[in-house]
Unconditional design. Structure first.
Length: 278
């Protein structure tokens, strides 16, 4: 992703406000090929960069002005959604086939992002592989998973244990999957080019659009996914966006701002997927 790397190097710097975190900050700056600003650097120098990746003992966070983006599975929106989001009644759970009962499909999330939906599915018992090709997004997500795996909350530790993060392009991953490793469900939620101000992009997603860019090649994911998934492919889209790869789904679950396009391949029965062990 040369264009993405160029965008990062001109807009982003890594900054550590604590000397004790300098080694980690240096490693991150080298990995992303962006400048490093150590503790004590003047604020005027930091203001030269629209985005700062701040590293301290709490973890890694992407800052833009007063806004901050960090992946946190132990509190905030993810925590609230896990406890009060509606469980298997949520649209994403229904879309992948989590019906009442003991059907628990394995899932390959080809566009991990901040893994909000993946965390919901993992909290409902699904084992999930997450592909993320953006080094920046992968770094933020990896940091969130590491902190969650050390949480005092046993339930959170159990959830992230079911989430396996991969730093690669999902197309490459699907191309080499052995038959026995094929997931029951493939989930696609690509970032798309924003064409209307009314699309109401959240601030964190807007930041990702600026630094990472849209998934212009997202259409190529659907044919691959349809060949690899055992039982269905689910695509999350803005409610009024065109179908991915101009392929009309068999089923749609629509919400106020988003919809789930569902491409069933074969019936998903209790004998076809893992059975939940409670």
């Amino acid at each position: 992703m040369p264009e993405c790397e160029s965008r990062l190097s001109s807009a982003l710097a890594v900054w550590s406000s604590q000397a004790s975190c300098l080694v980690r900050a240096t490693s991150i700056a080298d990995k992303l090929s962006v400048p490093l600003l150590a503790a004590g650097e003047p604020e005027s120098l930091r203001s030269c960069f629209p985005f700062l990746l701040h590293v301290d003992e709490k973890g890694v966070a992407l800052r833009q002005g007063k806004s901050e983006i960090a992946v946190d599975f132990t509190s905030g929106a993810n925590h609230h959604r896990r406890l009060h989001g509606g469980g298997r009644g949520q649209s994403v759970a229904r879309a992948i086939g989590l019906k009442s009962g003991n059907i628990v499909p394995s899932v390959l999330d080809c566009t991990a992002g901040l893994a909000r939906d993946a965390f919901v599915l993992a909290s409902l018992g699904c084992s999930i592989q997450l592909c993320e090709r953006s080094p920046l997004v992968h770094l933020l997500l990896q940091d969130g998973l590491l902190r969650a795996s050390a949480s005092e909350d046993i339930a959170v530790r159990a959830i992230v244990y079911r989430m396996q993060l991969l730093s690669l392009d999902a197309r490459e991953h699907m191309a080499v999957l052995a038959d026995h490793a094929r997931p029951d469900v493939i989930y696609l939620d690509p970032m798309f080019p924003e064409k209307r101000k009314s699309a109401a992009v959240k601030k964190d997603m807007a930041a990702f659009h600026t630094l990472v860019g849209a998934d212009e090649d997202a259409d190529a994911l659907l044919p691959l996914a349809l060949n690899v998934a055992r039982y269905r492919v689910v695509v999350k889209r803005p409610r009024h966006a065109p179908h991915l790869d101009n392929c009309k789904p068999d089923l749609v679950i629509a919400g106020e701002s988003t919809r789930f396009d569902i491409y069933p391949l074969r019936s998903m029965g209790a004998t076809s997927c893992d059975k939940r062990q409670d």
